[in-house]
Design a protein around this ligand. Sequence first.
Ligand code: ATP
Length: 286
Amino acid sequence: MELSANAKINLTLDILRRREDGYHDLQMVMQSVTLADALTLTPAQGEEGCAASNLHFLPTGGKNLTQMAAAAFRAAAGAGGEVDVSIQKHIPVCAGLAGGSADAAAVLRAMNALTGAGLSLARLAEIGARVGSDVPFCVLGGAALAEGRGERLTPLPGLPLCHIVICKPPFSVSTPQLFSRVNVRKIVRRPDTAGVIAALNAGDLTGVARRMYNVFEDVLDRRRYGEIASIKAALIDCGALGASMSGSGPSVFGLFPRLEDAQAAQERLLGSYRDVFLCAPAEKNV
Ligand code: ATP
């Protein structure tokens, strides 16, 4: 079975409070995009399934998120056998684009179809929450408000037709380190989450773009902050209505009403960066 696994971007990312259990309560507006990995699922050749990909450093056994998803599905649905997963990664890894979660979500949906288990997307999302906090959103796709650790989802209308340029600079950001740097009481700048939701409901691309923000941008160290800021400035300079960092970074995206401007932005950023993608909002899964 051939599958496509869509990446996501964060139109907003806000941290509301630190919880007693050490996790943070988040509020994020997420949108899936057409940048996607291509997966092929086949019955396992050996006793246990494995995951092969074009990236040598990804785990190939039970630690690959696709195998974790397959195991979670078997345990919850009481159906399905071991599967081999072949992954053509196009979504950069550790980029704030939920690439691994997208692959896991695609496997959950595929196993549901292959076994005829007939679980609802909501149930698959529940199962996915055991694999990773972005998996439930990736099961649903489209756009949604994600709360809690990201598992409480409220579907939203997706972005109106637009072009999205995503640029991943060549450094990684440690998510636990970012969380440890956030002092919730001292967050100065926050996204206008309610305003973004209202703009999505109204189909107002400019309204969304003007209100986007990611609170993690403010806790990056000076060098990384500078690089993120300069990518955002380049996107805006080329005609993006707004630009923001996605998830825990370091990917930055811009929203463009005009394809030619998005193409020009991609070309300009490709002068300095290898991972620059031109894509569009993706529809919700059915
Ligand atoms: P998020 O936006 O959800 O925080 P991310 O984009 O920062 O995700 P991922 O690309 O999803 O990060 O991968 C994070 C980790 O998961 C990596 O350390 C990687 O080795 C591991 N991993 C396991 N399986 C996969 C997979 N199928 N694809 C990508 N990464 C995987």
